[in-house]
Design a protein around this ligand. Structure first.
Ligand code: 13P
Ligand code: SF4
Length: 322
């Protein structure tokens, strides 16, 4: 368990005003992922998917601080691509089941048994795992990244086996897959989605590629969070069943207020499941913790420079082609 700071906050504080005051004082750039709570999305300087946010972090010139409202691997990526900035995250415990699934030592062992393979890792992994990879991809550029690997070179892909299986279908490339999954997307129920589709015949089902294959087979469109958002805006339809973390519905509603959005139904696979279309890691971030992070400039993302440099290389290869 990591050490925690005192979280006692004066309840009379206007958190929105305080966050605004502190972000100016700290010269902070506030980046937020679409899976954050609506209030957090609304205060962000930039809202985006993993790729957009990595680029925003890299290109942050005037800011002295990057406050990353997302999960740990995203904030870590911001630090890797822009090491001179102070990078803070509201809650250091905001992890990711995919990042947990493939620790660097296990990837090293996998590589040992596949020495001629090119290692493509989804950005949802730790800096240490990135450092073991040849190239990184995100859900919005994964197909392009796989197509960039020289034909005939065998590929190891991880940690998301669902995204990997989707890419095998899309590109026809054979790949060995690491058996990781997103704990949110893997709970979506194909049976319930099929029932919902039958009830709403005018609705299109749109899904994130972290979903399982039998769920993706029902989809009218598959894409990263940004691509799902763009699809809802440009598509001629008026009703969508949205197969990803429900935080994105907030921005979709704002971007396309005349369209009807239905959150994807999930299967209660565990007794602990409260609302499985919400990421419990993303939802650890709150306005209170954002206020504290800006006030105290903690918790910070730090890493040894040799590790950062090794993790940067596969990220730079990705950024050069997307
Ligand atoms: P994108 O942001 O690339 O759509 O991926 C979603 C995700 O896994 C965030 O945790
Ligand atoms: Fe990780 Fe899934 Fe949460 Fe994204 S939604 S941070 S992939 S657990």
């Amino acid at each position: 368990m990591r050490p925690r700071m005192s979280q006692v906050i004066d309840p009379s504080l206007d958190l929105f005003a305080e966050i605004d005051r502190l972000r100016t004082q700290r010269k902070a750039l506030v980046l937020a992922h679409y899976y954050q709570d609506p209030d957090i999305q609304d205060i962000a300087d930039h809202l985006g998917d993993s790729l957009d946010l990595a680029k925003r972090a890299r290109d942050a010139k005037d800011a002295e601080v990057i406050l990353f409202c997302g999960v740990h691997f995203m904030a870590e990526t911001a630090k890797i691509v822009n090491p001179k900035k102070i990078v803070v995250i509201p809650d250091l415990d905001a992890g990711c089941s995919l990042a947990d699934a493939c620790p660097a030592d296990q990837l090293r062992a996998w590589k040992q048994t596949h020495q001629d393979h090119y290692v493509v890792m989804y950005i949802n992994c730790t800096a240490a795992t990135k450092a073991e990879s040849d190239i990184i991809c995100t859900s919005s550029n994964a197909e392009q990244i796989i197509r960039s690997v020289p034909a005939g070179r065998p590929i190891l892909f991880g940690p998301d086996k669902n995204l990997g299986a989707f890419l095998i279908k899309k590109t026809g490339r054979a790949m060995d897959l690491w058996p990781g999954t997103c704990m949110v997307h893997e709970t979506f129920s194909a049976t319930k989605i099929a029932t919902l589709k039958a009830k709403h015949k005018d609705a299109k089902f749109i899904a994130h590629p972290e979903c399982e294959d039998h769920v993706l087979q029902l989809a009218d469109f598959v894409g990263s969070t940004s691509k799902l958002l763009e699809f809802v805006q440009r598509d001629a339809g008026t009703k969508y069943i949205v197969g990803t973390e429900m935080g994105i519905l907030h921005t979709m509603h704002k971007a396309a207020p005349h369209k009807e959005l239905i959150a994807v139904p999930y299967e209660d696979r565990t007794a602990a499941c409260q609302g499985c279309n919400q990421c419990p890691h993303m939802k650890l971030n709150t306005l209170e913790k954002i206020y504290l992070a800006l006030r105290d400039l903690r918790p910070r993302i730090e890493m040894p420079e040799p590790l950062r440099l090794r993790a940067l290389l596969p990220l730079e290869r990705m950024l050069a082609i997307s």
